[in-house]
Design a protein. Structure first.
Length: 113
């Protein structure tokens, strides 16, 4: 799985480089995100710009990351493609997650928290 992290100020950017976030990979994604968040990276911007497909397992892994971050943390999704954003709207997860077009915008949203 292609998931890398880098620090930007007091936030962490999680670059997900796969075309799919689905049942096959969601467990590993969830595990790696939880490890990073538990190590202190509670404000995370997740880059989905490479993703072409997300299923319910992938969405569940993102929700799990948000829960792991807790009340003091936050997870912002950015770069979601036009074929991915309808899933967030259909499941009303666009009301749960902050969605941003760019990394800079996501970092601004995390800084405003």
């Amino acid at each position: 799985m292609n998931l890398t992290f880098h620090e930007r100020g007091d936030a962490t950017v999680a670059k997900y480089g796969e075309r799919r976030l689905d049942a096959e990979i969601a467990g590993e994604f969830k595990k790696r995100m939880a490890e990073k968040i538990r190590s202190g990276a509670t404000r995370v911007a997740v880059d989905l710009s490479k993703v072409e497909f997300v299923d319910s397992s992938g969405l569940g892994a993102l929700v799990s990351s948000l829960k792991t971050a807790g009340k003091e943390g936050d997870v912002v999704v950015f770069g979601a493609r036009k074929n991915v954003t309808p899933l967030f709207a259909l499941t009303r997860m666009d009301h749960v997650f902050k969605m941003s077009a760019s990394e800079e915008e996501a970092l601004e949203q995390l800084a405003a928290r």
